[in-house]
Design a protein around this ligand. Structure first.
Ligand code: CAA
Length: 400
């Protein structure tokens, strides 16, 4: 059955996110984007508004909302700024939902509950200085030593690196398999800030998402307790891919917010600004750009609804999520470039937000699977070269 009507709960989450974005993020976004710093008021405000765990079951400190709600909240946050949506991507998409699915009861008690309640902030560490798309190319190792694993390596381009309390880190536990690039030698661990040998830092000078913290993690003989191994040794690659199925969904839904922001700003400007005696919205080439934004928003959003619906059913959505992520990010890039064009010289200045949308739109076609990887993955699905198997575990189904 197809139902495009949002439920009361979904509308409540959407309004909660919209309200927070308007009241807490919007008033200071230009200032923090210019300073290239994260506004420290945002995470506590998100925690207070229950936005850091709303789609985690109540049993584990959340509100038990569905995954379409996660998409809707991502859209509302990114409507104001990408940096706010990134928080949902890493904290919920790449940490809490994977822990809910794959973590032990002890790990859920110790790490998921504080994360869902917003008492602790979490992120994900896969990418390294020399390995992004090529996840099997990572170099970080975690060698068993009694009751611990000793972790060594570097992670790079990690959202919230200098802010998060918990890190879901991927490392080689089988060094022979590392030599052969056999992904069954990779494992996943929860690492806590404060473990000896862990240092973190911030990367400055980013093109976009300047009001978000992005940085690096460095592990020098970090002792990670064996209880912090997530699921089983050798399952790290599959866990990383599972995490990305959730993170990519939030990136796709967030991109819908960016497209909508570009459309709304362009429509307002096109109805005010006059050239040749008429508002520029009367000119056909401006109409074309606005029509493209409208279409891009609608079809990207429908792809997100489909992926979210599958998640709600507890069905695998790797293919649909990848498609939604690829298309929504592509449309966001186009919409942002056109929004700058509609604004003309004013779009070239940070006096108007479209310049920030333009810079922010670029990252999403790079992180969480480049547009090239999603293009190839989609071609391989269509060609029958990639066939998804049933997963050992998937997101727990949830009522809408
Ligand atoms: N869930 C669970 N298991 C999965 C899975 C999924 N979504 N996708 C694949 N698997 C399993 C497969 O079933 C297969 O299992 P078997 O070995 O038992 O058969 C195994 O994993 C290998 O799968 P594939 O053969 O499909 O893997 P691949 O080698 O073709 O993958 C790739 C290649 C698509 C390029 C993949 O490596 C990829 O997606 N790379 C991009 C990584 C990425 O997005 N990195 C960015 C991280 S963002 C970040 O770190 C920064 C931040 O702050 C967010």
């Amino acid at each position: 059955m197809i139902d495009f009507e949002l439920t009361e709960n979904q509308i409540a989450v959407q309004e909660m996110a919209r309200d927070l974005a308007e009241k807490v993020i919007q008033p200071t976004i230009q200032e923090y984007d210019r300073k290239q710093e994260a506004n420290p008021a945002i995470l506590p405000a998100m925690g207070k508004a229950n936005l850091l765990g709303f789609c985690i079951p109540e049993k584990y400190g959340g509100l038990g909302m569905d995954y379409i709600s996660l998409g809707l909240a991502s859209e509302e946050l990114e409507y104001v700024d990408t940096s706010a949506r990134v928080i949902l991507s890493v904290h919920i998409g790449l940490f809490s939902l994977p822990l809910l699915t794959w973590g032990s009861e002890e790990q859920k008690e110790k790490y998921l509950i504080p994360a869902a309640k917003g008492e602790k902030i979490a992120t994900f560490g896969l990418t390294e200085p020399a390995a992004g798309t090529d996840a099997v190319g990572i170099q970080t190792t975690a060698v068993k030593d009694g009751d611990h694993f000793i972790m060594n390596g570097e992670k790079m381009w990690i959202s919230l690196a200098n802010i998060a309390d918990y890190f879901l880190v991927f490392a080689w536990t089988d060094l022979e398999k590392k030599k052969n690039r056999d992904h069954s030698g990779l494992s996943a661990f929860i690492v806590e800030r404060g473990y000896d040998g862990l240092t973190t830092g911030t990367i400055k000078g980013k093109l976009g998402v300047r009001a978000g913290n992005t940085g690096f993690l460095s592990f020098q003989d970090v002792k990670v307790p064996k209880e912090n191994l997530v699921y089983k040794e050798g399952q790290g690659f599959k866990l990383a891919m599972f995490c990305l199925d959730q993170g990519r969904f939030t990136v796709a839904a967030g991109s819908c917010g960016l497209i909508r922001a570009c459309r709304d700003a362009s429509v307002k400007y096109a109805n005010e600004r006059k050239t040749f005696g008429v508002t520029i919205g009367e000119h056909q080439l401006v109409k074309q750009m606005i029509a493209n934004m409208e279409a891009g928003y609608e079809f990207s959003r429908n792809l997100c609804f489909k992926a979210g619906w599958l998640k709600n059913q507890g069905k695998r959505s790797t293919r649909e999520t990848s498609l939604a992520k690829w298309i929504a990010c592509r449309e966001a890039e186009k919409a942002a470039a056109d929004a700058v064009q509609v604004f003309g010289a004013y779009g070239f200045s940070d006096e108007y937000p479209v310049e920030r949308y333009f810079r922010n739109s670029k990252g999403a076609s790079i992180y969480e699977g480049t547009r090239e990887i999603h293009t190839l993955v989609q071609a391989d699905y269509a060609l029958g070269k990639r066939i998804d198997k049933e997963l050992e575990r998937d997101l727990p189904p949830v009522a809408q």
